[in-house]
Design a protein. Structure first.
Length: 231
């Protein structure tokens, strides 16, 4: 049966000579995988199609769906809201690559969650539209996302206490606690001044917090790229 839904592309892998399998977080069905034919090759039409499946592209889809059906197919596709800056700004692109990997490791449910989808959709457009002051966006994004994943800390003390039990993290400075509390409660638009070395430590802590709560979260390949562009 055909269904309309919005979607956010997370990644794709090559499949056979001209096809791909893409993972898309959909508003109606949660995380889904789709096989798409004839999107790889030298023809101009193929190059145009593959552009739909770049990480974090916002899509409007008409899809075939059968619960428990494994790989699905897409009947119709179009870009819902083209980004103005995300693909072209070096710093934003690094943050976006990191966010895509975080989502790929975090989102597992194959059920619709409109509140979560709306959060992701609005957050990505916020990043795209921000003219400056987005160096901390990835930190705030992960903390805000944890609310929807069910393990959001209520305070910096709670987060660091859990990390201490998990990895025996030593005493935390008052500066780190203060900034973590601000990151937990502030909107994306609040430009919090953070020293590079403190931002690095806080990101490490948030990643470890995710590893504590999500089985198989593991290491992030995009972390090294993020650090090159942000720090």
């Amino acid at each position: 049966m055909l269904h309309k839904t919005r979607g956010i592309v997370l990644n794709f892998i090559r499949y056979r000579e001209t096809s791909i399998v893409t993972r898309i977080y959909t508003e109606a069905f949660g995380m889904q995988s789709y096989i798409v034919n004839s999107v790889r090759g030298s023809q101009k039409k193929s190059k145009s199609k593959i552009s739909f499946f770049q990480p974090l592209t916002l899509l409007e889809l008409v899809v075939y769906y059968k619960k428990g059906g494994g790989l699905h197919r897409i009947s119709d596709i179009k870009c819902a809201e083209p980004y103005a800056t995300l693909p072209y700004d070096f710093l934003k692109s690094g943050i976006a690559l990191f966010i895509a990997e975080v989502l790929n490791k975090s989102l597992k449910e194959e059920e619709g969650n409109t509140a979560l989808f709306d959060f992701l959709h609005s957050s990505l457009l916020m990043l795209d539209h921000m003219p400056e002051g987005f160096q901390n966006f990835h930190l705030q994004f992960m903390l805000k996302l944890s609310r929807f994943l069910g393990f959001s800390p209520q305070s910096a003390d709670e987060l660091f206490h859990q990390l201490y039990d998990f990895i025996g993290k030593p005493d935390i400075s008052a500066e780190e606690k203060n900034i973590m509390n601000r990151l937990l409660t502030s909107p994306y638009t609040e430009n919090i001044k953070i020293r590079h070395e403190v931002r690095r430590m806080l990101l490490d802590d948030i990643i470890k917090f995710y590893q504590l709560h999500i089985d198989g979260f593991g290491d992030l390949k995009s972390l090294s790229i993020l650090r090159e562009v942000v720090e």
